[in-house]
Ligand binder design. Structure first.
Ligand code: HEC
Ligand code: HEC
Ligand code: HEC
Ligand code: HEC
Ligand code: HEC
Ligand code: HEC
Ligand code: HEC
Ligand code: HEC
Ligand code: HEC
Ligand code: HEC
Ligand code: HEC
Ligand code: HEC
Length: 284
């Protein structure tokens, strides 16, 4: 081959390669629908939660930060969305709470207006405002309301939200208001062993109260009993002082008549021979 022929062959090959390249680029750049024939002959994958979130970022943030048990995929609730057909009401466009829930707080009209309290469907608990539910505490919590009114105490003069403040469900410590209770504050549970908080003067007196709880006010008896050497020292205060604070039993309640009249006739009390009931002494 002559050098000039070789040169023109190389030029030809180069031009063919360039044209093929351009065609390839054109093909690649062409919209997919054009490339594949019928554009409707393909499947569309549903939008993922992340894809919804790109446009509905505030909704995503609500769910992310405060969604609680509603932190589900968008599609779990929004089976259909972007329903902009003419004539549709809002309720037809978004899921109804009752699709998944019954009416958990009863069937009265005020309890069926879900979104009045659960203001944000994407943060259903977090969005409850205390001011909205304030007048309705007793409708859902009948027992505390009933106790406060049935057993008047200083707590009955407070409103529910004086104690349960800031957010629904907050439980205050007794020491928020009682700086120096008569006994050392450990936790609410210790105080409520005796004072049911919604009827604090109605002492919850019973076998669950340990002796050291009485010691705060009756240290003398507590110390005697603890240091005693006879059988009573093994007993609980509330076994003898049972049922109600201040009850005082008689020896006969438990011991019947252990001695003859004859033996007792010169003695005023059992303690003459046995010593203090909290600190029994051996008798010779
Ligand atoms: C490309 C952006 C975009 C994407 C992606 C998107 N949306 Fe929307 N969405 C909108 C716009 C715009 C509106 C109308 C907003 C308005 O009316 O204020 C809307 C309205 C809505 C509404 C209320 C009205 C109705 O009729 O549904 C819901 C519910 C909704 N979108 C859910 C979704 C869900 C679920 C997804 C994902 C599966 C999603 N959107 C994905 C932009 C988007
Ligand atoms: C547990 C169910 C549930 C999930 C999960 C859920 N939604 Fe909703 N969404 C609802 C309900 C119920 C409404 C109607 C609330 C109303 O009427 O105020 C709603 C309303 C909407 C609205 C219109 C009102 C608004 O707040 O802007 C948009 C937009 C929306 N959702 C988008 C989404 C997106 C995006 C996701 C996922 C990131 C999602 N939702 C996840 C139940 C859900
Ligand atoms: C598509 C179903 C669906 C819809 C619609 C729906 N929810 Fe739920 N919701 C659930 C599920 C599932 C749970 C979790 C239940 C569980 O684990 O006990 C839940 C839990 C809740 C909780 C407790 C949340 C928590 O974190 O403890 C509240 C409150 C609630 N939903 C209110 C609503 C309200 C109000 C609406 C309407 C605005 C609504 N839901 C709509 C499915 C739904
Ligand atoms: C008057 C206010 C109010 C209304 C109305 C209301 N809720 Fe509630 N709901 C609450 C409060 C307060 C809670 C307790 C939330 C918490 O755990 O702190 C609650 C809890 C829930 C729970 C979770 C606990 C449970 O009992 O299962 C669900 C689910 C729920 N609501 C669904 C609904 C639905 C559905 C409606 C409408 C039919 C509705 N709520 C109407 C105030 C309301
Ligand atoms: C619509 C019904 C409803 C209303 C109204 C309501 N609550 Fe509740 N509340 C609930 C539900 C449901 C729970 C969760 C119960 C559970 O987890 O056992 C709850 C939980 C609580 C708890 C926490 C209990 C615990 O053991 O941690 C307190 C405290 C409480 N509510 C006080 C209030 C006060 C105070 C009000 C009025 C400001 C109020 N609630 C109004 C339904 C309601
Ligand atoms: C003096 C403060 C105080 C007042 C007033 C008060 N509470 Fe409470 N409440 C508490 C404390 C403290 C607890 C926790 C008790 C415990 O740990 O046993 C509690 C517990 C609760 C609980 C959960 C345990 C239970 O007993 O069911 C509910 C519900 C509740 N309160 C509702 C109410 C309602 C409703 C009102 C008003 C009618 C109210 N409270 C008034 C301090 C108060
Ligand atoms: C939000 C404030 C507040 C909280 C929390 C609170 N109390 Fe009180 N309580 C008061 C006030 C105010 C009084 C009346 C004045 C006083 O005696 O200090 C009172 C009085 C009492 C009384 C005497 C009642 C009477 O009628 O003589 C007892 C007992 C009591 N509280 C126990 C408790 C216990 C136990 C707790 C925790 C479980 C508690 N309180 C939590 C505010 C509170
Ligand atoms: C062993 C039972 C018992 C326990 C536990 C107990 N208390 Fe008391 N508390 C009583 C008795 C009994 C009285 C009444 C004394 C009287 O009649 O003067 C009382 C009275 C009170 C009073 C009203 C009189 C006063 O001292 O101001 C308050 C307030 C009080 N207790 C708060 C508390 C707090 C807070 C706790 C937890 C740290 C607590 N109590 C633990 C039995 C108990
Ligand atoms: C907060 C302090 C306090 C606590 C705690 C307390 N008491 Fe008392 N107790 C008193 C006061 C004050 C009296 C005398 C006032 C009265 O008669 O009600 C009293 C009276 C009594 C009496 C009657 C005394 C008599 O002479 O009639 C007995 C018995 C008694 N308490 C036993 C107990 C027992 C048992 C406990 C523990 C379960 C206990 N107390 C816890 C303050 C307390
Ligand atoms: C075996 C039964 C028994 C036990 C256990 C007991 N007590 Fe007593 N307690 C009595 C009797 C009986 C009296 C009346 C004594 C009398 O009249 O001489 C009494 C009287 C009292 C009194 C009135 C004041 C006094 O000393 O007479 C107080 C306060 C008291 N007990 C507190 C307590 C405390 C606190 C405990 C626990 C640490 C306790 N008791 C354990 C039977 C018991
Ligand atoms: C709540 C019941 C109860 C009361 C009230 C009671 N005791 Fe006892 N006592 C017991 C028990 C239980 C024992 C040990 C078992 C037994 O010996 O029966 C005991 C034991 C004794 C013993 C023998 C102690 C020993 O270790 O050998 C004497 C003495 C005694 N009691 C005297 C009294 C006197 C005196 C009183 C009244 C001031 C009294 N008790 C009130 C329940 C009681
Ligand atoms: C004159 C002194 C005296 C008087 C008063 C007295 N006791 Fe005793 N008691 C004794 C003697 C002595 C014993 C036998 C010694 C022993 O077993 O420790 C005894 C034993 C007991 C026992 C133990 C019985 C046993 O089986 O172990 C009881 C319980 C008892 N006395 C209760 C009482 C009661 C209750 C009173 C008041 C009604 C009382 N005593 C009054 C002297 C007395």
């Amino acid at each position: 081959m002559k050098p000039s022929d070789r040169q023109s062959a190389q030029v030809l090959i180069r031009e063919i390669l360039i044209s093929a390249g351009i065609l390839l680029i054109l093909w690649v750049c062409m919209p997919a629908e054009g490339r594949c024939g019928d554009i409707y002959d393909q499947d569309i994958k549903p939008l993922s939660t992340i894809e919804c979130a790109r446009c509905h970022y505030p909704v995503f943030l609500s769910l992310k930060n405060h969604g609680g048990k509603h932190r589900q995929k968008c599609g779990e609730c929004h089976e259909t969305y972007h329903n902009f057909r003419r004539g549709l009401k809002w309720e037809d466009r978004v899921p109804a709470c009752t699709r998944c829930h019954d009416t958990p707080h009863g069937d009265s009209p005020e309890m069926k207006a879900c979104l009045k309290c659960h203001e944000n469907a994407h943060a259903p608990v977090y969005s409850i405002k205390l001011s909205t539910i304030e007048p309705l505490c007793g409708k859902c919590h009948a027992k505390p309301a009933e106790q406060l009114s049935k057993y008047p105490s200083a707590h009955s003069d407070l409103s529910c939200t004086d104690c349960h403040h800031d957010r629904h469900g907050v439980i205050p410590k007794c020491t928020e208001c009682h700086e120096e209770p008569h006994s050392k504050f450990v936790d609410n549970a210790h105080c409520t062993r005796c004072h049911p908080v919604h009827m604090p003067t109605n002492l919850n007196y019973g076998p669950h109260i340990p002796n050291d709880a009485c010691a705060d006010c009756h240290n003398e008896q507590f110390t005697m009993l603890k240091n005693g050497i006879l059988a009573h020292s093994e007993m609980k205060c509330v076994t003898c002082h049972s049922d109600e604070h201040g009850n005082v039993p008689s020896c006969e309640d438990c011991h019947g008549k252990p001695h003859t009249e004859e033996m007792l006739k010169d003695h005023k009390a059992c303690s003459d021979c046995h010593g203090d009931v909290h600190d029994l002494k051996p008798v010779k």
